[in-house]
Ligand binder design. Structure first.
Ligand SMILES: *[C@@H]1O[C@H](CO)[C@@H](O)[C@H](O)[C@H]1NC(C)=O
Ligand SMILES: *[C@@H]1O[C@H](CO)[C@@H](O)[C@H](O)[C@H]1NC(C)=O
Ligand SMILES: *[C@@H]1O[C@H](CO)[C@@H](O)[C@H](O)[C@H]1NC(C)=O
Length: 437
């Protein structure tokens, strides 16, 4: 009895010494370079990040022009040159027919002839429905076509090369990829192909809301049960209710509005300014209107940090006025939240009785996470805070919260110290509630 206890102590003691040595060793040895990188292949922007051992820091590598992310746009010039990101953005007007954006909308998804005919009206480039019902893009005069996953791979290739240059390594072979929570198995597999086309193995796919929760370290907190992720981008709003237990995330409900995003707020302000202009020539001058759109976007961003902004050095817009012009849109922000709670508490989703104590309420939400540039609008933050009687998490730049999260997942899979807690995601068969499409 005594001897076994002693040997236990000795083994325990050496284990502790080993751990301590490891701890200090890790501190003083040069940090190993990350082997797995995190990609956020977004509908409008794409970004790449990595997790650094020892420091425990996530680094988002500037994708282009010293900005964290680059537009998910690829432009095929007539002379065979292929431009990406901001370079492609610059050709949206001059090379309209062969500058492809929104490719993610079409990835791994079959469309009817009728719906393609309708969707075609939204785009200056040509969509072709192939024999199997998938969309391809026409990218040259002679009819050359590329698939959505090919567009994705061109964007990922650029991001991969940037990461390699940054790390001074010759070849990155592994990645973690994020996808929208609503993506089905086929959409996930086809998105995976985008990475495989450039020789990168996808170690794991995680959904974007889960990534955002990981960015805030929610997998490490054992007092968190429900997380609400609110993602407001340029054109869409998505809300996801996640439950988490022991680092295991699962989606409980999703609601979204495909016709509500930052651009709609711009449009209202743009229309308002037009009412102030009497000069009919100006009102129809494309150069002036293009310039005005840029000014409007700038003004909106300014209002997230100051009480007023100026458009064309002429019109002063107070935050109050901006909120009044957009009051209908602000009201709509709350709608998907209401729908989530209605769904989760509906009879269909209710196993037993109607006992009020079984209902999920705003008070059950432990953390609120904001994603997407439009969540910078102070009024939106205020609405969310009022709704939940709680401050949302806003410390991480909402444009890269997902990239941040996929990088952490990459670090976890790489077994990188000091990440010792695991995080996983269980897929559930939850149907997304569409408010407007
Ligand atoms: C890039 O951005 C960083 C941080 O904003 C800044 O410090 C740096 O000077 C910029 N570099 C260039 C080349 O613009
Ligand atoms: C193709 O055209 C672009 C834009 O006109 C130009 O910048 C580029 O140098 C050309 N590339 C080749 C290979 O001719
Ligand atoms: C079609 O055009 C593309 C881009 O301009 C070029 O790379 C390709 O070789 C052309 N294909 C044929 C069959 O002419």
């Amino acid at each position: 009895m005594v001897s076994s206890e002693t040997s236990c102590t000795i083994i325990g003691g050496s284990l502790i010494i080993l751990l301590i040595a490891g701890y200090f060793g890790q501190q003083f040895l040069p940090a190993p370079k990350p082997k797995i990188i995190g990609f956020d292949l977004g509908t409008t922007y794409s970004c790449v990040g990595m997790y650094h051992a020892i420091s425990g820091l996530v680094e988002i590598i500037p994708a282009q022009r010293n900005r964290s992310c680059m537009p998910s746009i690829v432009s095929f010039l007539p002379n065979g040159t292929v431009l990406l990101g901001y370079d492609a953005f610059d050709h949206l007007e001059t090379n309209q027919k062969y500058t492809i954006y929104d490719a993610k909308r079409f990835i791994g998804k079959q469309f009817s002839i009728e719906s393609i005919r309708k969707i075609q009206n939204d785009y200056p480039f040509e969509l072709i429905r192939n024999d199997n019902g998938y969309v391809e893009f026409v990218v040259s005069e002679n009819g050359t076509r590329v698939t959505p996953q090919k567009i994705g791979s061109l964007l990922l290739k650029h991001l991969k090369e940037i990461a390699e240059k940054h790390l001074m390594v010759t070849k990155i072979k592994l990645c973690v990829l994020s996808v929208p929570a609503e993506f089905n198995e086929e959409q996930r597999q086809t998105t995976k192909q985008a990475a495989e086309l450039i020789g990168i193995k996808v170690e794991r796919i995680i959904s974007e809301p889960t990534a955002a929760a990981l960015a805030y370290g929610i997998h490490k907190r054992n007092n968190v049960r429900y997380v609400l992720v609110i993602d407001i981008g340029g054109g869409t709003t998505d809300v996801s209710l996640l439950s988490v237990q022991g680092g295991m995330f699962s989606t409980q409900a999703m609601a979204g509005n495909n016709r509500l995003g930052g651009q709609d707020f711009n449009q209202n302000l743009f229309n308002y300014i037009l009412t102030l202009i009497n000069d009919n020539h100006k009102r129809t001058d494309p150069n002036f209107l293009q310039h005005l759109r840029i000014e409007v976007e700038k003004c909106k961003l300014d209002l997230s940090v100051s009480n007023q902004c100026t458009i064309n050095a002429k019109w002063i817009i107070t935050r109050e006025l901006f909120e009044e012009i957009n009051q209908d849109l602000f009201k709509k922000i709350i709608e998907p939240l209401d729908r989530i709670f209605a769904y989760i508490n509906s009879d269909m989703n209710d196993d037993d009785d109607d006992d009020a104590s079984n209902k999920l309420t705003v008070n059950n939400i432990d953390e609120i996470v904001l994603v997407g540039g439009s969540t910078r609008m102070l009024k939106i933050r205020q609405l969310i805070e009022d709704y939940f009687h709680k401050m949302p998490n806003i410390e991480i730049d909402p444009d890269v919260a997902v990239t941040h999260g996929v990088s952490i997942q990459a670090g976890i899979l790489g077994g990188v110290w000091p990440l010792t807690v695991s995080a996983t995601e269980v897929r559930t068969a939850v149907e997304k509630i569409h408010i407007e499409t």
